[in-house]
Design a protein around this ligand. Structure first.
Ligand code: NCD
Ligand code: ZN
Ligand code: ZN
Length: 425
């Protein structure tokens, strides 16, 4: 397993509560489970998923199907976004979503709420975090202007919860362009609109746990890192450019960028400059993606393929395993204040087993996402062979064998814990 940044043989003792009791070269006790020379990693935490539940749980994704996808992709905890239908703007709607997790989720779920000045205080005592959209994103059509942002952030700071921002400035969108393909979409929503929104976050109150979603340029990653603001990069901006696919399945917000921008972002990720990788799992039914490009919704699925695609990059020698584990497992778990993401005593035994020889092309028909397609069809990937949750297998032989024991979790921060997710490993 990966210990202290390098692969070494070890045995993990798990206590009766499903927590890691100790990690040693050899352990005594029974029962024992031997993974041979496969590699044990901490299960990943995905800070950015849209499970469309309520709203489009039949056609695109439900909490049940999305969390099984997560389990199969080696993700043991997801942060769910509030742009479901209706958007999560009140305690009642948050609790309605929490009821959908109980008894249906295969992995744990942190629920984000959409902040409205009047409902911030009651939501702050119940939500797992807040998500601010600076550009409209269905079904959210009213967004704060960049001038209203500082006051909104100031109201959120006392809650102490993680605040995630979708940072694109709609004032900079070139709405006169009718996009026909991904490069056209990139001209409508250029990197400049992202830069403009991100730079306003430099005025955020100190101490705010601020995180920028799906950053597409290396410059933005570096700018945010220099100011102690967390951010995530997502597999599609790391692996795909605006020339990777012609139709609306490759339409996403922010848009896929040029090959030059993609390569620079990948380089930053490989060097550990981007603190977190998340999927921005945003499934839409195939029919919605088949029509006119300009009208099609933005977003693509990813929670089930994020780790498998990046593990193949590790196998190919293009990405250090320690960088991937820090960005996909450890830092996002710290960000949500959860005792997962590390193979260390006291942490929950949420673990995945990876056999680097078990490489296969991705095929949408073998994925569990209800939307039924992937922009990574045919890409070689390494899917976890096993996934353990609190010391109990939920994936065996690459198949889901769990039950819906996932819970709603809220951040638990140690007093005085630093909000900064430090870059590098
Ligand atoms: C997301 C969606 O479909 O909910 N779409 C996307 O293109 N990323 C919304 C979002 O994350 O902005
Ligand atoms: Zn977004
Ligand atoms: Zn999103």
């Amino acid at each position: 397993m990966l210990l202290a940044g390098r692969l070494q043989p070890a045995e993990i003792a798990i206590d009766g509560e499903g927590r890691i009791a100790s990690v040693r070269r050899t352990q005594t006790g029974a029962p024992r489970h031997d993974v041979g020379d496969a590699v044990i990693l901490p299960a990943a935490t995905d800070l950015h998923v849209h499970f469309r539940d309520p709203g489009a749980e039949g056609a695109a994704e439900s909490i049940a199907t999305g969390t099984i996808s997560a389990a199969l992709g080696g993700v043991g905890l997801v942060a769910e976004m509030p742009n479901t239908v209706p958007p999560v703007t009140s305690v009642e709607l948050l609790e309605e979503k929490a009821r959908r997790v109980a008894g249906r989720a295969a992995v744990d779920v942190a629920l984000n709420a959409l902040p409205r000045p009047a409902t911030i205080p009651p939501l702050a005592s119940r939500a797992g975090g807040f998500k601010i959209f600076l550009s409209p994103s269905p079904p959210i059509d009213t967004v704060p202007s960049l001038d209203e942002l500082p006051s909104l952030l100031a109201q959120l700071a006392p809650a102490g919860l993680p605040v995630t921002v979708h940072a694109e400035d709609p004032q900079r969108f070139r709405t006169e362009i009718v996009p026909q393909d991904p490069p056209g979409w990139g001209r409508v929503r250029p990197p400049e609109s992202e830069r403009q929104a991100i730079e306003r976050l430099g005025e955020a109150p100190p101490g705010l746990r601020l995180h920028v979603a799906h950053v597409t340029t290396r410059d933005a990653v570096v700018w945010l890192g220099a100011r102690g603001i967390s951010c995530e990069v997502v597999p599609h901006h790391l692996l795909l450019s605006d020339r990777s696919g012609p139709d609306a399945r490759w339409k996403v917000n922010p848009p896929l960028r040029s090959e030059t921008d993609r390569a620079a972002l990948w380089g930053a990720f490989v060097r550990g400059e981007a603190p977190i990788v998340a999927s921005d799992h945003a499934p839409h039914p195939p029919s919605a993606k088949e029509g006119d490009f300009a009208q099609a919704p933005s977003g693509m699925p990813g929670v089930e393929t994020m780790l498998p695609l990046l593990l193949e990059k590790v196998r190919a020698g293009e990405l250090p395993l320690a960088v991937l584990v820090a960005a996909a497992c450890d830092r996002p778990a710290r960000w949500l204040g959860q005792p997962v993401g590390r193979i260390a005593p006291g942490h929950r035994a949420n673990l995945v087993v990876v056999d680097f020889r078990s490489r296969r092309p991705l095929a949408a028909r073998e994925l569990s996402t209800a939307c039924g397609w992937t922009a990574f069809e045919g890409w070689t990937a390494i899917r976890p062979v096993e996934h353990w949750r609190d010391g109990v297998p939920i994936v065996e032989g690459g198949s889901y064998v769990g039950r819906p024991s996932g819970r709603v979790v809220r951040p638990e921060f140690a007093p005085g814990a630093t909000p900064l997710v430090e870059a590098g490993t």
